[in-house]
Design a protein. Structure first.
Length: 117
């Protein structure tokens, strides 16, 4: 994430070569709006496509109200983490890691599965 924060490009390959707890990656603009589609990792368990399709479609969604977004914007170049939460549609306990580019133009977010204990 910190390499991305310095301006290096992010490729879809990142999600497929990352450790198993990584569930998805997505990028937000400086206003918290999601840019492009979410990159889902290959080991995610399949979801009911009809029931959860609205939750899977993140492009254009606003995440500006989330504490991880606000914390990342306030600390460009540093990785911040959310508190653990039960996420939909995965039904897993997760944290979101976020890091803003040093110029504050965008925030990279990574949802990571955590042990609920």
């Amino acid at each position: 994430m910190t390499r991305w924060a310095r301006g290096e490009p992010l490729g879809a390959w990142v999600c497929h070569s990352a450790p198993e707890p990584l569930l998805r990656l997505y990028c937000l603009n400086r206003h918290g709006m999601q840019l492009g589609a979410t990159i889902h990792c290959r080991w995610r368990r399949p979801l009911d496509p009809v029931r959860y399709a609205p939750l899977e479609a993140g492009e254009g969604a606003s995440w500006a109200h989330r504490s991880y977004f606000r914390s990342a914007i306030a600390r460009p170049g540093q990785i911040v983490a959310s508190e653990p939460y039960l996420a939909l549609p995965d039904r897993d306990w997760e944290v979101t890691l976020a890091c803003a580019r040093r110029d504050g133009s965008a925030v990279l977010c990574a949802d990571v599965a955590v042990d609920e204990s």
